[in-house]
Design a protein around this ligand. Structure first.
Ligand code: URA
Length: 288
């Protein structure tokens, strides 16, 4: 793509704590570039730069800028039109240096039961992060309940994660549900058409009985990602969910992955997920 990505050769974690000790001469007090009509080659708009560092989506990055949390060369910037020279400018977010990642990581974990989808836990419970060994930090795309098993995506591509979770894009997620009693035909129809929950009606779902499941094993695909959505749908109809396993997230399954195992997504899976998350052809081609 365009020659404006030489910074991609930097390695290491995508953010690096600012070192206390040795004082470095600050770079010449060059004000960060304002947005001219045509940007000089290599300059990147601040929100895009932060997204390329895996910090957050471009939209959320704008909020960080407006909140005065972003410094370039030791000066707070609040102008969204500010451009960064990745080769020379030093950008900090909340005191931590933002460094563009060498390449994005996209993983799938087959989450085991009794593990939590947080980065750390004060109570010492097992977190999904303890199962992922990567040079660069990755973050879960959304959450799975502690006792839900199966497909959990992890990435350091903040924009990608944000778009996958955005309700506008309806990325399908499929679950296998084990209930305490057989689902009735009328409840099957209700699940399909939508269930009224306290936070609104669920959108239509694909639901079917799993063969040989005696009516208690159900496959359901939803296109939203509300908190505890599948459990709440079944509970609202009076069923107890005994087991919940996410078998697919878009095109990604856990086939062949042991519980607690991870693998990188294939190029094809990443592309399909990006298409589902509304990436334009130009974005797909540029790898943004
Ligand atoms: N729906 C739930 O109820 N729980 C999950 O973990 C995921 C979807």
């Amino acid at each position: 793509m365009s020659p404006e990505r030489p910074w991609k050769t930097q390695g290491g974690p995508h953010v690096k704590p600012r070192r206390a000790g040795r004082k470095r001469k600050p770079p010449a007090a060059k004000p960060p570039g304002k947005s001219p009509a045509t940007a000089p080659q290599g300059l990147v708009r601040i929100n895009r730069f932060l997204s390329m560092c895996g910090i957050t989506s471009r939209r959320k990055a704008e909020e960080l800028v407006l909140a005065g949390k972003v410094e370039i060369n030791h000066a707070v910037v609040r102008d969204l039109a500010t451009r960064v020279d990745p080769a020379h400018d030093r950008v900090f977010v909340g005191g931590t240096q933002a460094l563009p990642v060498e390449g994005h990581l996209y993983l799938v974990l087959n989450k085991p039961k009794d593990s939590i989808t947080t980065l750390s836990d004060e109570r010492g419970r097992t977190t999904v992060m303890s199962m992922v060994r990567t040079r660069e930090r990755v973050y879960p795309v959304g959450r799975l309940d502690r006792n839900t098993t199966g497909v959990l995506l992890l990435t350091n591509d903040g924009g990608f994660a944000h778009r996958l979770m955005h309700p506008r894009f309806h990325v399908p997620k499929s679950y296998r549900v084990s209930c305490d009693r057989a689902l009735t035909q009328s409840d099957l129809a209700l699940l399909r058409s939508g269930i009224q929950l306290p936070d609104g009606r669920t959108s239509p779902a694909e639901v079917q009985f799993i063969p040989q499941g005696r009516g208690k094993e159900i496959g359901i695909t939803i296109h939203e990602g509300r908190n505890r959505q599948v459990r709440r749908m079944f509970e609202s109809l009076g069923y107890e969910v005994l087991k919940l396993d996410r078998v697919a997230y878009g095109p990604v399954t856990k086939e062949g992955l042991a519980r607690g195992g991870t693998r990188s997504l294939t190029r094809g899976e990443i592309r399909t997920l990006k298409e589902m998350a509304g990436y334009t052809e130009e974005e797909l081609l540029s790898g943004r």
